[in-house]
Design a protein around this ligand. Structure first.
Ligand SMILES: [Zn+2]
Ligand SMILES: [Zn+2]
Length: 370
């Protein structure tokens, strides 16, 4: 059979972008992946063909050679679809949750067979959100996390009972294909619930699932320098897999509360304070709060302009999991306030000052900064 043009295989135009190529490949690969079509030769061929096309077209140099010389330009470099297969999770990650779908779809890419022939799948990862204070996120803390997860049933050691045989519905794969062919999704086999095996004498404790719920309480360390949206992965703390499959992860999603006064940007923190007109003109010492708590004295130089920032070294945020004493900086912005309610004496002094400074005149415009 003559080889089909790579662009034709992926159904994209000759000047398709990298993203379009990736998208097109993902669609075909998901619909034809060998894991979900164990004995479907045609699907396997489609998968291989698309994988080979993707391998060439996703590589700038190979694509150039192919565009210029056709199949001759890429001979020897193509056909090794296992390379692409290995990088699968990468292709699907970073696509707004596609990675997750892919993970549950193919059991994290780690579907193997146990010695009994049952399908072994990694257990699901669980996500748990915690909210920590602004200060705790900077300096680190511990939080208690209570959750429940699947573990191997202690009564049957996860086997589910005795008298196992291959599931007649899914023929041991644990999954059945559903969908319209274009975007086919595998779903868990309803007969064996994904185990690939059915049991004559199911365990009374777990009703043959091999799994029981376990409540767990963990003390989780939130490292210093943690930022809003950080995901901490606790390996193997998620659900146990069926048939003795490895456990998934527990993913701690950290939210950081906003502070009333401080704003954080990476390793630096920002604070604004008002100072008076005379403090700005004469210079002063003021006390300002710092993120670790308490206050520090800061010298404001005479003649400082409103909006000017002063840097307080090492009063910011440590690197994530870094040395807590090696911190970013704090930027203190001073905003000069114009006095609003002048008493009689203050008003006459201010008039005098105005004359002394010769300020009773129309200003020149300031050049616009571009
Ligand atoms: Zn089944
Ligand atoms: Zn059991």
């Amino acid at each position: 059979m003559a080889k089909r043009d790579y662009y034709e295989v992926l159904g994209v135009s000759k000047n398709a972008t990298e993203e379009e190529i990736k998208k097109a490949y993902r669609k075909i690969a998901m619909a034809n992946h060998p894991d979900t079509h164990p004995d479907d030769k045609a699907a396997e061929e489609r998968f291989k063909e698309a994988s080979e096309a993707y391998e060439i077209l996703s590589d700038k140099t190979k694509r150039q050679n192919y565009d210029q010389f056709g199949f001759a330009g890429v001979e020897g470099g193509a056909g090794n679809y296992s390379n692409v297969y290995r990088d699968f999770s990468d292709i699907f990650s970073g696509f707004g949750g596609f990675g997750d779908i892919f993970d549950s779809f193919f059991g994290g890419g780690g579907r193997t067979r146990s010695s009994s022939g049952a399908s072994v799948v990694r257990g699901a990862s669980l996500q748990y959100s915690v909210t920590v204070s602004f200060k705790d996120a900077i300096f680190g803390t511990k939080v208690d996390v209570s959750y429940s997860h699947d573990e191997a049933c202690p009564a049957c050691s996860g086997s589910g009972g005795s008298g196992q045989k291959t599931c007649p519905t899914c023929h041991g794969s644990g999954q059945v294909a559903r969908g319209n062919g274009f975007f086919q999704m595998a779903s868990t086999c309803p007969t064996c619930h994904g185990r690939g095996q059915v049991i004559d004498n199911p365990c009374a404790s777990c009703h043959g699932t091999g799994l029981t719920k376990k409540s767990e309480k963990l003390s989780v360390s939130i490292p210093c320098g943690t930022d809003d949206g950080t995901k901490l992965v606790l390996r193997g703390k998620g659900n146990a897999g069926p048939n003795g499959g490895p456990a998934g992860d527990l993913i701690i999603f950290v939210r950081v509360k906003e502070d009333k006064y401080f704003v954080r940007e990476g390793r630096n923190v920002f604070l604004q304070v008002p100072i008076s007109f005379t403090q700005a003109a004469l210079g002063c010492e003021i006390e300002v709060p710092v993120v670790e708590g308490g206050k520090v004295r800061v010298s404001i130089p005479a003649g400082i302009q409103s909006g000017k920032s002063l840097r307080l070294k090492n009063r910011g945020v440590p690197a994530f999991k870094g040395n807590p004493d090696d911190r970013g900086d704090m930027y203190l912005t001073v905003l000069v306030e114009t006095p609003k309610h002048l008493g009689l004496k203050a008003r006459s002094l201010m008039k005098e000052l105005q004359q002394a400074l010769g300020e009773d005149k129309s200003p020149d415009p300031i050049p616009f900064e571009r």
